[in-house]
Design a protein around this ligand. Structure first.
Ligand code: DQA
Length: 148
């Protein structure tokens, strides 16, 4: 079975490239995803990427990933710090989720220091910019290869 991964991005990440560029960098989400796709292609991984500003969309996509994808790369944006619903969806589907943040959330405002996602995630990457998504794909692919 080939490895298929889902990349989910939450609120305001559609504005990357214009949004607080000193914090989040110059790249648009489209550019980041196309880098991820090129990386995945080379590694023989299928990638699906989705973004939404709505919490319920993210919950549904996590639920629907079960049996379709082997892992999820998730940048839940601000919902990271608030969403019990996303946390519960991850716990419910029982599949590996790597939490990604472009910025170092622990070097920023105190309200960003708490992640409701981290306790149910397989692992996390923060502060490494767009490279974090590639590292997360690599980690999930390696995990998949070990199991198959
Ligand atoms: C973010 C960090 C969050 O605190 C913030 O709300 C975001 C982006 C990041 O990628 O650094 O929207 O998840």
């Amino acid at each position: 079975m080939p490895c298929s991964l889902l990349i989910l991005n939450g609120p305001n990440l559609n504005l990357l490239g214009t949004r607080e560029r000193d914090i989040y960098g110059q790249e648009t989400l489209e550019e980041i995803i196309s880098r991820c796709s090129a990386y995945a292609d080379k590694a023989g991984i299928t990638l699906e990427a989705r973004q939404s500003n709505h919490e319920g969309d993210l919950v549904e996509w996590i639920q629907q990933a079960r049996g379709v994808h082997q892992g999820i790369v998730l940048n839940a944006g601000a919902y990271t710090h608030t969403s019990v619903a996303i946390r519960d969806a991850i716990a419910a589907v029982d599949m590996p989720v790597i939490e990604v943040h472009l910025s170092n959330i622990y070097r920023r405002e105190e309200f960003r220091h708490v992640s409701l996602i981290s306790p149910v995630a397989e692992g996390g990457i923060y502060g490494l910019g767009a490279q974090g998504y590639l590292l997360a794909i690599e980690a999930l692919a390696a995990r998949f290869a070990l199991k198959n």
